[in-house]
Design a protein around this ligand. Structure first.
Ligand SMILES: NC(=O)c1ccc[n+]([C@@H]2O[C@H](COP(=O)([O-])OP(=O)(O)OC[C@H]3O[C@@H](n4cnc5c(N)ncnc54)[C@H](OP(=O)(O)O)[C@@H]3O)[C@@H](O)[C@H]2O)c1
Length: 255
C-alpha cells in the first residue's frame, strides 16, 4: 500500500495529482524540481520537503512519480539509483522501459485529461491508465488509482502511446481548430461567441454517439461549390488552404 510519495517535477500534473493524493490521505514527502523556486512553491502546497538535487532524494517513499516533460524522463531516470523502489512516470507517450536504469520496479500512471496548474481537476471521472513491470506493482498502483478515480485501466506502453496520439487529435488539434475559427471571426469582426452553441452541440453529441455518425458539412455532402468558395476566402493563407483541402478530402473519403 502506498503511503508516502515523492514527486520529481513540479508542473501541471504534479500540481493536480499531488493535491488530489494529499486530499486522499497520502503523504507527499518531497518534491524535486531542477528549479528550486518551483519545487518550493509546490512543496508548500503539499506540506512536503523540497530539493533541486536528485542526489538528495529521500529513500523512504513508497512511490516516486516522475512528472517531468517527456523529453526529460529518461535523462532523470538515468540519474536515479532507486533499485527496488517503485518509480512511475505520468506520460502518455513514453515507454516504461526508459525507467529501468533507475529501478527494475517501474511503471506508468497516466491520467488521461488535460491539466493546468491554475485549475484543480476532479479526478473521479478521469481515466487512469496503469502499467507496471510486475503484477505486484500493478496491484499497488491500481489500488492507489482506485482511490482517486472510478475508471482505472490496464494498458501496455504500445496501447498507451496510441491512446495518447488519439488524445492529441481529439483534444489538442480540435482545440487548435477553435483557435483558427476565432481568428477567422476576428478578421470580419464577427463575435466568436456565436459559434459556442455549435461547439457545445458537437462535443455533447459525441458523448452519446460515434463521431463518424455525427459528421456533417460541405465535404461530406460533396458540395464542391461551397468548398471552392471557402478556398477562395483562404487564397491568401496557403497553410490553411492546404489544411482545409486535406481534411475535406479525408471527410469525403470517410462516407
Ligand atoms: N499537462 C497535461 O495535460 C498532461 C496530461 C497527462 C499527462 N501528462 C504528462 O505528464 C508529464 C508532465 O507534464 P506537465 O504538463 O506537468 O509538464 P510541465 O507543466 O511542463 O512540467 C514539466 C516539469 O518537468 C520539469 N523539467 C522539464 N525539463 C526538465 C529537465 N530537462 N530536467 C529536469 N526537469 C525538467 C519542469 O521543470 P521546470 O519547472 O524547472 O521547468 C517541470 O517541473 C509529461 O510526461 C506529460 O506528457 C501531461
Amino acid at each position: 500500500m502506498i503511503k508516502k510519495i515523492t514527486f520529481i517535477g513540479s508542473g501541471n500534473v504534479a500540481h493536480n495529482l499531488g493535491k488530489v493524493l494529499l486530499k486522499n490521505g497520502i503523504e507527499i514527502i518531497q518534491v524535486y524540481s531542477r528549479n528550486i523556486e518551483n519545487a518550493k512553491k509546490l512543496a508548500v502546497q503539499l506540506a512536503a520537503a523540497f530539493t533541486d538535487d536528485l542526489r538528495k532524494l529521500n529513500t523512504e517513499s513508497d512511490l516516486y512519480i516522475i512528472a517531468s516533460s517527456d523529453n526529460a524522463i529518461e535523462k532523470i531516470a538515468n540519474q536515479l539509483d532507486l533499485e527496488g523502489k517503485l518509480v512511475v512516470h505520468t506520460s502518455g507517450s513514453v515507454s516504461i522501459k526508459v525507467l529501468t536504469n533507475a529501478t527494475q520496479n517501474c511503471g506508468s500512471f497516466y491520467p488521461l485529461q488535460t491539466f493546468t496548474k491554475s485549475h484543480q481537476a476532479d479526478f473521479t471521472l478521469i481515466p487512469i491508465c496503469i502499467e507496471a513491470s510486475s503484477l505486484e506493482s500493478f496491484q499497488i498502483l491500481k489500488e492507489l488509482a482506485n482511490n482517486l478515480s472510478t475508471k482505472v485501466v490496464n494498458m501496455t506502453s504500445e496501447q498507451r502511446q496510441k491512446l495518447h496520439l488519439a488524445a492529441v487529435f481529439v483534444s489538442n488539434f480540435s482545440n487548435y481548430m477553435q483557435v483558427i475559427g476565432y481568428e477567422l471571426c476576428e478578421e470580419q469582426q464577427v463575435d466568436f461567441n456565436l459559434l459556442k452553441p455549435l461547439i457545445k452541440e458537437v462535443f455533447e453529441k459525441n458523448q452519446q454517439h460515434n463521431a463518424i455518425d455525427n459528421q456533417t458539412g460541405p465535404a461530406l455532402r460533396g458540395d464542391t461549390f461551397t468548398m471552392n468558395k471557402h478556398l477562395d476566402l483562404l487564397e491568401n493563407n496557403k497553410e490553411l488552404s492546404e489544411l482545409y483541402q486535406l481534411i475535406s478530402n479525408m471527410i469525403g473519403k470517410s462516407k
